[in-house]
Design a protein around this ligand. Structure first.
Ligand SMILES: [Zn+2]
Length: 266
């Protein structure tokens, strides 16, 4: 097959002419920079400034060795996050600072590190709920995940919710600290206990009096459900559990929920 048959000759001539007509471009040489990850919630630094990007890097064998020595998957994720994050805004963070970061920002950074280290694609074996075809779907971590962001990254971190009895609960978005506790919880933990853990960290006050250690336990079940629902709806970050792909046979949506742990083979 000749080139003429592959590409229209007129098109080739046009490209050649355009290339010759264009002045030689000078290539800007910049210092190699680390890829940036957008933080859907944003990190508030020591000066009270909102930082919306983090620089991340590819993990090396040295990191891998350290991560493999972690006592639990949760500790491994923290090590991975701390080592793979080069800077947040202009600063290098201490391990303790990652506890203050919103859980969705931590997840976004981890996805960024995953893309650099193992690539952007994840192969997912799934059965189509419409036509029952078993297939391997390829999820692109940069294109196939929806992110929720905060409209007002400063004010939307904390808000009031009216409880069934008219009391006002003031709540905050989940941070790395509670995320760590939830992932470190033993397998035997019940979903009610997880709810208590999440709400104990989220509730700041009831009717402006500071929350007590048993505040989350004393709430009614419907109030607890309403609080969890509102917190998870507002929580900024990647919606990993909502990822789906089109079926290769019938085109219907196939749910392909992801988790951070699964992205790193824990
Ligand atoms: Zn199908």
């Amino acid at each position: 097959m000749t080139t003429e048959k592959i590409v229209n000759q007129d098109e080739l001539t046009r490209i050649a002419q355009a290339a010759m007509a264009e002045p030689q471009k000078t290539v800007e040489t910049a210092a190699p920079s680390n890829p940036l990850v957008e933080l859907p919630g944003g990190f508030i630094n020591e000066n009270g400034d909102l930082v919306t990007t983090a620089a991340v890097r590819e993990l090396t064998g040295e990191d891998e060795e350290l991560i493999s020595k972690s006592a639990s998957p949760s500790k491994a994720l923290t090590t991975l996050l701390v080592r793979g994050t080069v800077s947040v805004g202009d600063e290098t963070l201490e391990t303790a600072d990652f506890d203050k970061m919103l859980s969705g920002d931590r997840d976004s950074i981890l996805i960024g590190i995953r893309c650099l280290t193992f690539g952007e694609d994840v192969e997912y074996s799934a059965v189509c709920p419409s036509c029952s075809l078993q297939q391997i779907l390829v999820i692109n971590l940069k294109e196939d995940i929806n992110y929720v962001t905060l409209d007002d990254p400063i004010r939307d971190r904390t808000w009031d919710i009216t409880l069934k009895n008219g009391d006002i609960a003031n709540v905050s978005l989940p941070t790395g600290k509670v995320q760590r506790r939830v992932t470190e919880a033993p397998d035997s933990i019940t979903s009610a206990e997880l709810t208590t853990m999440l709400l104990s960290a989220a509730i700041n006050s009831i009717n402006a009096s500071p929350a007590k250690p048993n505040t989350a336990l004393k709430l009614s079940i419907t109030d607890r459900e309403a609080l969890v629902k509102q917190i998870s709806t507002r929580n900024p970050g990647p919606r990993l559990s909502e990822v789906s792909k089109a079926c290769q046979a019938c085109g219907e949506s196939v749910p392909t929920p992801l988790s951070i742990g699964a992205l790193f083979r824990f």
